[in-house]
Design a protein around this ligand. Structure first.
Ligand code: CU
Length: 499
């Protein structure tokens, strides 16, 4: 018996009412199609805040990439990977102005890297594919946090194995705060970690009939699409809400799947932050779409005693495709919010959140990036070749153009940028804050304004790439140097190659 996903969701809803005997029957039925049956109600785990120690004014964290076992399906432990544990990693947290150091000890049997996605930092500390950490090896990147409060994240970036290592679970959040007493908008947004402020790492996972993680980068033109949806590593998660408003820090940590988040009852919620920090003001929406690696912080209001299902509706992947191509066309339940019988009052949302500076692009250097197949500007990455050299701290405008009939996205390391326009039209309000990753739908052209990194280095490049992980692994990536005067070598010396 084959069920469409929509029928399946209806069936699942029915089993909740009809009881466990029927649920078993329907589970075995649904297991014959591509989406295993899931009952919602498992408590949403909250990744622990990482311990840190102060050493001479430096906040020091310790991360150990390691193999483990993780149960997506009860009784069927899957081989997995995590940081300081068996799946995902602790949430790192530091404030603007603090100097941090991350001591990494690689206990995997494979080489890895540790990339800080969205962070303004020196290229040598970025953890891109040039900063390989051998099995058993260590690394200690260190820098000073110099950007606004934001929900960033960390993950491996070894060229050719990024999809595999992320698929196994190597992903964590890096939350940045304003210095204590800085008095910005987040002070009145929900901000009690694990109380009314929750990280929600959403991933599609491809599980086989034994509950094991698998991946299939060549399964379609955009990479592995999973058959199960995990929130913080759990299928069918539920969050007990005890306050009138909750802040959800949504990260799409999938390899290829796009999510179009909304609620089952169509309720309005507010987007308060994009990839790189708070928006100018809360933006009321009923949907927020995230391509892989994008984040959105949302604030949801609940009534006492109610349930609200966070869902992913069929994403907009561009009108040239049939709806179910490349991960379109499907709805998924993601996370159920269960409001307590009485709720602690929350502050009203502030009218304004953060000042987003308007970047002066009148004299900006303009560069073009054409996305075609798994190439950028007709080339797969050459790890020795410098594709672009920029002047440190300069403002540039990059044009990103997708000539394909399927979607890509575009991420630039070491910076946050602003989306100026999409096909010459202004972006929607919730995409007008700081970004580090933008969707690029079929035949779409976007312009972004970037303040280049403040660090000059003629040896260590930053990467830019499609964040569909199969594309990235296939070489849909380029590299740029930031130097004092905007000139530099077209090849990296052997000193720059640490692979
Ligand atoms: Cu791509």
């Amino acid at each position: 018996m084959l069920l469409s996903r929509r029928d399946f969701l209806r069936t699942t809803a029915a089993t909740a009412v009809l009881g466990p005997t029927l649920a078993v029957t329907l589970s075995s039925c649904a297991a014959t199609e591509d989406v295993p049956a899931v009952q919602f109600g498992a408590p949403l785990p909250v990744p622990p805040l990482a311990d840190s120690k102060l050493e001479g004014g430096v906040r020091v964290f310790s991360l150990v990439p390691q193999a483990g076992k993780h149960e997506f399906v009860p009784g069927k432990p899957a081989d997995s990977m995590g940081y300081n544990g068996s799946y995902l990693g602790p949430t790192l947290r530091a404030a603007r102005g603090e100097r941090v150091r991350i001591d990494v000890r690689n206990q995997l049997t494979d080489a890895t890297t540790l990339h800080f996605h969205g962070m303004r930092l020196p290229a040598a500390d970025d953890g891109g594919p040039h900063q390989m950490i051998d099995a058993g090896g260590t690394s200690s990147p260190s820098w000073t946090i110099s950007q606004p409060a934001a929900t960033l994240w960390y993950h491996p970036h070894p060229h050719g194995s990024t999809e595999k290592q992320l698929s196994m679970g190597l992903t964590g959040l890096f939350i940045l705060d304003e210095p204590a007493g800085a008095g910005e908008g987040s002070a009145v947004l929900p901000h009690g970690y694990g109380v009314d402020d929750f990280p929600v790492i959403v991933q599609d996972r491809r599980l086989d009939s034994n509950g094991q993680l698998t991946f299939d980068p060549n399964g379609n033109s955009t990479g592995t699409l999973g058959n199960s949806i995990a929130a913080n590593g759990v299928l069918g998660a539920a969050l007990k809400v005890t306050t009138e408003r909750v802040r959800l820090r949504l990260l799409n940590a999938s390899g290829a799947r796009w999510f179009n988040f909304g609620f089952g009852d169509g309720r309005t919620f507010h987007v308060v932050a994009s990839d790189g920090g708070l928006l100018a003001a809360p933006v009321p929406v009923t949907r927020v779409q995230l391509s892989p690696a994008e984040r959105a912080e949302i604030v949801v209001e609940l009534r006492a005693g109610e349930q609200a299902m966070l869902r992913s509706f069929a994403p907009n992947l561009g009108s040239v495709n049939p709806p179910d191509s490349f991960g379109g066309g499907k709805d998924f339940d993601v996370l159920r919010l269960d409001a307590a019988a009485s709720l602690t009052p929350s502050s009203a949302l502030p009218a304004t959140l953060a000042a987003i500076p308007s970047l002066d692009v009148a004299n900006a250097h303009i560069r073009s990036f054409t996305l075609n197949g798994q190439n950028i500007n007709n080339h797969a990455v050459d790890m020795n070749r410098v594709n672009e050299v920029v002047k440190k701290g300069a403002t540039e405008v990059w044009l990103v153009d997708n000539t394909n009939v399927y979607q890509h996205n575009f991420h630039v390391h070491g910076v946050q940028f602003q989306l100026l326009d999409v096909n010459d039209a202004p972006p929607p309000a919730h995409l007008r804050g700081w970004k580090d990753t933008i969707p690029v739908l079929p035949r779409e052209r976007s312009r972004i304004a970037i303040i280049m990194p403040d660090y000059a280095d003629t040896q260590h490049p930053y990467m830019y790439h499609c964040h569909l992980l199969a594309h990235e692994d296939q070489g849909m990536m380029g590299q740029y140097l930031a130097t004092e005067d905007g000139t530099g070598p077209s090849k990296l010396g052997m000193d720059g190659m640490q692979m």
